[in-house]
Design a protein around this ligand. Structure first.
Ligand code: G4P
Length: 190
């Protein structure tokens, strides 16, 4: 998605060979027009999949997932990382290990928000090691629902996430694929 790549070139900051900061438009300050186009692009790529629900994880997945759900005309469900007063009743949960933060956390969704047989699109802002997407897919499958695709805004293709997810049989669509952050420069695949 050219407009996204342009924003990354102009406003992205390479913090290290592993980490790209995009908080000027994606996950701290948010560009709503870009986010709307991201949602429209995921909807275009997955429209023929009969999607019933979009699923993401708080916090930074919510903006692109919400715009995707709006474009598809379906609800959005986000997994929580923190216990919440209102997260009551039966839960579906999974363990997610963050290589970036080196912590294991439990993510959870109220079981009432996912139904057996539903066709689910997972959306997230970054794909690094694929742990968040795997945890979300685990939760979707515990509900008896089916993951029909995984939509990623920025994929770090030099990390193993895509390979892991494809090995498990998931279709991964990324809007910007970063080949490398070496030398402080963002290089894209295609
Ligand atoms: P994984 O889910 O693909 O395995 O990734 P990882 O554990 O490495 O990522 C943990 C957190 O760090 C995630 O956000 C992820 O979006 C974010 N992240 C990973 N690589 C980058 C990067 O290069 N740049 C930025 N800006 N973020 C990155 P999180 O901790 O869950 O944050 P939030 O969603 O609550 O904001």
């Amino acid at each position: 998605m050219e407009q996204l790549k342009q924003q990354i070139r102009e406003h992205g900051v390479v913090l290290s060979e592993q980490v790209l900061k995009v908080d000027a438009f994606l996950n701290h300050q948010i560009d709503p027009v870009l986010m709307q186009r991201i949602g429209a692009e995921f909807a275009r790529r997955f429209r023929d999949q009969g999607i019933d629900k979009v699923v993401t994880i708080e916090v930074s997945g919510i903006a692109p997932a919400l715009m995707t759900a709006l474009a598809l005309g379906v609800p959005l469900v986000f997994a929580r990382k923190q216990q919440s007063l209102t997260l009551t009743g039966p839960l579906l949960s999974a363990q997610v290990y963050s290589f970036t933060k080196q912590v294991q956390s439990t993510i959870a969704v109220a079981a009432s928000h996912l139904k057996a047989g539903e066709r689910v699109l997972i959306v997230d802002d970054f794909l690094a090691h694929g742990q968040a997407a795997r945890g979300l897919a685990d939760i979707v499958e515990q509900a008896g629902a089916r993951v029909v695709g995984i939509g990623i805004v920025i994929e770090k293709s030099f990390q193993p996430g895509r390979g892991e997810l494809e090995r498990l049989g998931y279709r991964v669509e990324s809007l910007a694929r970063v080949a490398s952050l070496e030398g402080g420069e963002v290089r894209f695949i295609d």
